[in-house]
Design a protein. Structure first.
Length: 256
C-alpha cells in the first residue's frame, strides 16, 4: 500500500461526498488509475518497504506525539517557574529542551521526507531535511521578531530594548544566509550531476512556477541581504511605521 492512496478520503472531503455516486465513481477511478500505475513503477515499488500506509502513519503519530509531549512539559515548567522562588523549573525546562533539540532535528528530517519529499517519490535529496529545517528556523525567527515588535509598539515588553531587536535582526540575517547556502548547494549539485531523477525537481518549478520559485530566492536572500545588512535598520525596527510593519508581516507570511 502506498501513501498516495490516502487521497481517497481527501477527495471525498472526509467521506461526506463519497455518498454521491458521481464523486464515488471519480474517486475510485482516480485511486484505481494511480494504484495501477504505481504497481508498474519500479522506483516506487522499491521504496514500498518504507513508503507504505501503516509505517507512514506510525511515523507521523510518533512525531506528533513527541512534539506534543515536549510542548506539554515545557509549558508546565514555564508556568510553574512563574510562581516559584527558585530556578529549579527553569533547569528542568533547559534539560528537556536540550534533549528535544536532538529529537526534533532527527524527526524533522524524517518528517520532511515523509510529508513533503514523498509527494514526488522519484526525486530525493540528502540535503532536503536541512533545507526544510532552515526554512522553519528563518520563519520562526521572523515570527518572533514581528510579535516582539508588535507587542512593544502596544506598550508591552518594557524590558525589551533596541539591543534585543538588533539581535533578532542578526538572527534573521544569519539564518537567511544559511537557508541560501543550503538552497544553492542543493541546486548546484543537482544541476552539475544532471541526473534525470533529480533535475525533475527544479525543471518542474522553473518551467511551471517560475515567479514563485525565483521570488522565494529574492525574498529569502536578496531582500534580507540588502535590508538587514544595515545595523541602523536593525536597531530602528522597533520604531518602524505602520505601513512598514504591514510589509514586514507580508514578508513573514511569505517566508512561512
Amino acid at each position: 500500500m502506498n501513501p498516495l492512496l490516502l487521497i481517497k478520503p481527501l477527495l471525498g472531503l472526509g467521506g461526506g461526498l463519497l455518498n454521491n455516486p458521481i464523486a464515488k465513481l471519480i474517486t475510485e477511478k482516480t485511486v484505481g488509475a494511480i494504484s495501477h500505475k504505481l504497481e508498474k513503477d519500479k522506483i516506487i515499488k522499491a521504496k514500498s518497504g518504507y513508503l507504505n500506509i501503516p509505517f507512514f502513519l506510525l511515523r507521523a503519530a510518533f512525531f506528533i506525539f513527541g512534539w506534543s509531549l515536549y510542548r506539554y512539559f515545557s509549558r508546565k515548567f514555564s508556568l510553574a517557574q512563574d510562581s516559584s522562588n527558585d530556578i529549579s523549573n527553569h533547569k528542568k525546562n533547559f534539560r528537556i529542551s536540550a534533549a528535544f533539540l536532538v529529537f526534533y532535528i532527527v524527526t524533522e528530517s524524517i518528517m520532511s521526507w515523509d510529508w513533503i519529499m514523498s509527494l514526488d517519490p522519484h526525486w530525493f535529496s540528502t540535503l532536503f531535511g536541512w533545507y526544510v529545517f532552515a526554512s522553519m528556523f528563518v520563519s520562526g525567527i521572523t515570527t518572533i521578531a514581528l510579535v516582539t515588535i508588535y507587542l512593544k509598539s502596544k506598550g508591552y515588553l518594557e524590558f525589551v530594548n533596541n539591543s534585543h531587536i538588533h539581535d533578532l535582526g542578526k538572527f534573521m540575517f544569519g539564518i537567511s544566509v544559511f537557508w541560501t547556502y543550503l538552497w544553492f548547494s542543493q541546486f548546484m549539485l543537482i544541476w552539475y550531476s544532471n541526473i534525470p531523477e533529480e533535475v525533475t525537481y527544479f525543471m518542474t518549478r522553473i518551467e511551471d512556477y517560475n515567479l514563485p520559485f525565483f521570488g522565494m530566492l529574492v525574498m529569502n536572500f536578496i531582500f534580507p541581504l540588502l535590508i538587514l545588512m544595515n545595523s541602523d535598520y536593525k536597531l530602528s525596527l522597533i520604531h518602524i511605521s505602520e505601513p512598514t510593519r504591514r510589509y514586514a508581516i507580508s514578508y513573514a507570511v511569505f517566508c512561512l
